[in-house]
Design a protein around this ligand. Sequence first.
Ligand code: TLP
Length: 347
Amino acid sequence: MREYPGGRVDLRSDTVTQPTAGMREAMTTAIVGDDVLGDDPTVIQLQDRLADMLGKESGLFVSSGTMCNATAIRAQTEPGDEIITEAHSHIYIYEGGGFAALSGVSVALVEGLNGIMNPEDVRSAIRKGDGSLGHFPNGSMVCVENTANRGGGTCYPLETMDEIARVSTKNNCTSHIDGARIFNASVAMGVEVARIAEHYDSVSICLSKGLGAPVGSVLVGSSQMIERAYRWRKMFGGGMRQSGILAAAGLYALDNNIERLRDDHYRARRLAEAVSEMGYNVDMNQVQTNMVYIGCEKGSAEEMVSKLSDQGVDTLTIDDSSIRAVTHLHITDEDVDRAIEAFAASR
Ligand code: TLP
């Protein structure tokens, strides 16, 4: 399904998806209220629906994945605490240091394998103020990213998810999933999102990645935690009014765009196999969902992106020796063919 203007093949991210005709129709006909006053029925419906799907008590609609993680951290930590997360996680790399600025917490980093943390490494990264003569911060929240973006879009094995949650609880930490792409993990693994999140206190879910909504994320967890997050959302300036118009896009996405993530995964795999056969450096173990990370010679990533761009294929520079291509709602089989040709011509 293409449904976006222009003849380019945009593989920069699954965030580039534009609302399709059906989604726009759902948005225009949405019944809205004032969500700050608590009476937007479409927002309430979306929050309840996702809380239910994830097996949690309550949900909170926020403007972005970044705000979702920020509110989750602020609602579950105190300044001076420490969060534990993977060394290349979105929370650490791509959220502007928001955990430090907005929640006043420090971070303990765990080096994962393809973005996947080992439970024992998580355990040894948890430091406690008590018993340290006041030296250590208080490790109080473990954040797991599933799928792991910089790991290549990898999925956490269920046992690892469960074990990390167990380690967190045993060490008096809350556990959070940055589930920006948790539905990709669910579809790829054939496991319900509720099962993936079963032992976790909170989950942030993005509607504006592979699910194709223009804006929005939902934080789910216990009613008590969501009450605190609700207050912090307001203080962060994230209280929205007639946001039902955006929530309607989210509901449409849940009805129409989950199962089709399988197509994105298939296309990413096809692209990865083709470019790998050409001699590009792709770790096929990492290609589990809708992302392909391609290694290039040190210092040549910008040049590679620009060569592909000259042929109408847009990708993203990750660092000076790697680029990323992401499949999504608007990428067709023909687009993958075009991307493969562009890679062949750019060697
Ligand atoms: N990721 C974006 C960029 O910010 C890197 C992308 O193109 O992949 N968690 C994860 C795991 C994410 O990948 C992202 C976005 C977010 C959170 C933040 O979502 P937004 O962009 O809505 O704040």
